[in-house]
Ligand binder design. Sequence first.
Ligand code: 9WN
Length: 449
Amino acid sequence: MSTTDRPIALTPEEMAAQAVAVLRANDLGGWTKAAPRLYPHQWSWDSAFIAIGLARLDTRRAAQELRVLFAAQWATGMVPHIVFNPAASGYFPDPERWGITTAPARPSDALTSGMCQPPVHAIAAHAIWAIAQERGEAEAADATAFLREIYPRLLAWHRYLATERDPERSGLVTIYHPWESGADNSPAWDSALAAITVEDLPPYERHDLKHADPSMRPTMAEYDRYLWIVEVMRRGRYDEATTYRTNPFLVKAVWFSAIFVAANDALLEIAAIVDAPDADRAHIIEWRDRGLRGLDERWEANLNLCLDYDLRAASPIRVQVMGGFAPLVAGHLTPERRAAVLATLDGPAWLGHPRLRWPVPPSTSPEGPGFDPRRYWRGPTWPVMNWLFWWALRRAGETERADALRRASLNQLRGGGFGEYYEPFTGEPLGSLDQSWTAAMALDWIAEQ
Ligand code: 9WN
């Protein structure tokens, strides 16, 4: 029997029980590894999504997830993309390769990577608080206390993104590495990576290929470039100004920037709950509004999508990737932009594509250059990204579309396994199984039923 014919098996109750089991098995004691073998450490944006799912089980444990992550925050305000579990080995680049010990801004008591990922954290912190409000007085009070504790850290993180990562004050966040986008080998980064000359790169051995099918992972040429960028940043001691001057990869990333806009809205709500000073709120509003203007400038009317911008090449990146839906995630849509974004989403290049197994957005349009249905961010669908689309559609008041997406996303997961990503035409789970954020999103969706 082919995967396409696999019967829909799990009931919501069975799926929820399996999701809980995955999150328990991946629990490191207050923090969660992203996946059992391929990703044995804490990843930044994974943890934010995981916290949203965990909140359905225990809001205090969910808060702890973010607490551990933010304990590794850098002096600059940066939240690192990986916090290493000292008890685990087998992931590369490892702490030694990142070499943050020479970086003045590193945290004193955690081993981390030297870059960041999209800032979903304020959205997660607010979600924990909102769920706790329905769980009785003690849990609600603890959640408010948690917001008071985490708020200054969230503010510092957002200030870092709005300043160090946007010295041009364009409203768009600059990423230094494809890993920072979260969508590592998206075709959006192909041209910027191709322009990089790899110089004296120390030898290395990939560990990811021991745990995953090489045909689904980034290529060796991509890995050389990923590692070379890390090398350049490490040699610059992860100093922001140095990186901005020397890094071979500098891209204004619209998906990241849109999440930052939405996270600023969440931070504003948190600021109100914790009675933050008016001056803070004025800054957050400024960051959000600047972000909305920045995204507006990157809108490409011919494609009806938003485009990333390569600062090194001084040119927009014309590929049809999931990140093009940035305005939907950012919210505050004008009627014209709403109509355009939804028409693109419903159209044949995306949810309306005739070959899709489930109407959920592929990471790259099957109609666009660079599409590959099995390789990582070049086509597969990512349940956690479906969650972000669902959340954004609901926030935009597109309730029916949001419900349809939630149902399709849950159907995709009914075969079991909690894949990292899925083949868009067959629905086959790919990459790592028992992926924590996939299990977490299932729990959140099931709780919404
Ligand atoms: C590098 C953990 C992470 C996700 C990313 C995803 C993948 C790492 C890798 O796994 O990236 O950060 O080794 O490929 O692309 O979005 O956070 O799940």
